[in-house]
Design a protein around this ligand. Structure first.
Ligand code: XMP
Length: 513
């Protein structure tokens, strides 16, 4: 593995964005907590450090700081915003609340001092600021190389100690040529080769998978989503026919999802695929159940039982020790900090319990979602799978308010297909985090032809989001909404009304249950 760039996390959402931007510059990055010690950092042998922004004030009681020895390791280091202030303070500079608050696009001017960090940039650019405190005095040895109208120390650097700092956020798209500045720091000031590419990720993971599983059989539960599909494709590339995939059709999948999985994995990749047609067992177990949490529990438990039955059968023939799991890097970071409140018994539904007697193979553990998608494309997975929007483990059940029956699942599946199809035609599918149909538990009166109808409404739910923690309702063009509504009423039997969900998250959640 190549030496990582460590992004020291001072809180809020900044560290992940920086880590992603570093990866976009084709350099491998990892996020570490600001409490990391210099010894722990040394053990990771980082190629560079980036100190992230954060919401605190450096001089407040209990404000996050870091081991000052991190700054004397001789490792090229870039401090950003709060990270720049921590660097300034630890090295004897001065940070203060001056009353100046800069927020948003701000003009940045070079001071005339020679700058290694800003080499190649024009004398004047714009940057993205978001701070209340300012560095009022740079530490000794630093040259101040850029300022704004209100803030004297916008960029400071000490090339002899390989320390650089920007008060603004180069990782944010609004900073003019910000990505270029980060890449310049990584490639030129830290001397890193842009070697983190799809091909290198695949080679690296293939080698790890081979080393981990040897000649043993590996199992993978396919869900139809991009993560399990890419994980399975990587394992196939590594150990070919040692992989057996299991697809449990719960009856709550999207239209043609099962067929597409068969097509891709059995025909295209030649993987051994066990397609469990468990629809009847799921609908039977869900009969009469309306409580959302009960539904989730029933589906989660039944899914595990179905999967275990297949695993046991396969294991009767030979030793199956390994199970593929599509865990992504953000899950790894988040489970480390363990802050997520339990709003819904969530993200383990549709997953597998930890006490299954398997050793996990997690080929996506180091990857962000956009990297997973690019790797998927490189491995030859179809566009439709690679770019599929997230889909909840319990499937359509959490979009069917009230009882889940075969008939209601059919209505919703057909409606969902119409919504997604029109959104794709409008070219919006990839811009939206999720877009789907919801089936409420009420029926309303309508008139069609010259007859009265008494049927279900469909709710269109479309949101934009970066990470599903918060979301905004998508402002779909009215003509698109109209087309969707017309088609829903015309094509989906049992539907006579269409509504648009204009709730953000919070207060709503993305799914209805
Ligand atoms: P909510 O509805 O809580 O959903 O705003 C946030 C994101 O999580 C997805 N989701 C799930 N994913 N198993 C999953 O793997 C689940 O049980 C589950 N429930 C919700 C949801 O689609 C959204 O992207």
């Amino acid at each position: 593995m190549t030496r990582p760039v460590l992004v020291v996390d001072f809180g809020a959402q900044y560290a992940q964005l920086i880590a992603r931007r570093v990866r976009e510059a084709h350099v491998y990055s990892e996020i570490v907590p600001h409490t990391i010690t210099a010894d722990e950092v040394r053990a990771k042998d980082p190629a560079a450090l980036i100190l992230s922004g954060g919401p605190a004030s450096v001089y407040e009681e209990g404000a996050p700081s870091m081991d000052p020895a991190l700054l004397t390791l001789g490792v090229p280091t870039l401090g950003i915003c709060y990270g720049a202030q921590v660097m300034a303070q630890l090295l004897g500079g001065r940070v203060a609340r001056t009353g100046v608050r800069e927020y948003g696009r701000t003009a940045l001017a070079r001071t005339g001092a020679t700058s290694a960090l800003l080499a190649g940039l024009p004398e004047a650019t714009t940057c993205w600021m978001s701070h209340g405190d300012s560095i009022v005095e740079a530490p000794e040895g630093f040259a101040v190389t850029a300022s704004t109208t209100d803030v004297p120390v916008a960029v400071m650097e000490d090339p002899a100690r390989r320390l650089y700092a920007t008060q603004y956020h180069p990782e944010v798209a609004h900073t003019e040529r910000g990505q270029e500045q980060l890449a310049h720091f990584l490639h030129h000031l830290a001397g890193l080769a842009p070697s983190w590419t799809n091909a290198s990720i695949i080679d690296d993971q293939v080698a790890r998978i081979r080393a981990q599983v040897g000649a043993q059989r590996v199992l993978c539960a396919l869900s139809g989503g991009v993560d399990s599909a890419v994980a399975a494709a990587l394992v196939t590339k590594a150990v070919g026919r040692q992989l057996t995939c299991v697809f449990v059709d719960t009856g709550l999948m999207r239209l043609n999802e099962g067929e597409q999985i068969d097509e891709t994995f059995t025909r295209q990749f030649g993987v051994e695929l066990v397609h469990v047609k468990a629809q009847d067992r799921f609908f039977d177990a869900l009969a009469g159940v309306t409580d959302p949490e009960r539904k989730r529990k029933i589906i989660g438990e039944l899914f595990i039982r179905e999967f275990e039955a297949v695993a046991r059968e396969l294991a009767a023939g030979e030793d199956v020790r390994f199970l593929v799991q599509g865990t992504l890097y953000p899950d790894v970071i988040e489970s480390g900090s363990g802050h997520a409140a339990n709003i819904k018994s969530h993200h383990n539904v549709g997953g597998l319990p930890e006490d299954l007697a398997f050793e996990l193979v997690e080929p996506l553990r180091l990857l962000f979602k956009d990297e997973v998608r690019r790797v998927g494309e490189e491995l030859g997975l179809p566009e439709e799978i690679v770019w599929r929007q997230p889909f909840p483990g319990p499937g359509l059940a959490v979009r069917i308010v009230g009882e889940v029956t075969r008939e209601r699942a059919e209505i919703l599946r057909a409606a969902d297909h119409v919504v997604v199809d029109e959104i794709r035609r409008a070219g919006l599918y990839r811009d939206l985090w999720q877009s789907f149909a919801v089936l409420p538990a009420v029926r309303t009166v309508g008139v069609m032809g010259d007859g009265r109808t008494y049927a279900y409404p469909i709710v269109i739910r479309a949101v934009t989001s970066d990470d599903a923690m918060t979301a905004d309702w998508a402002r779909l063009p009215y003509d698109l909404v109209e087309r969707i509504a017309n088609r829903l009423i015309r094509e989906v039997e049992g539907v006579n009304r269409v509504a648009l969900d204009v709730t953000s998250k919070p207060p709503g959640t993305i799914e209805w249950e």
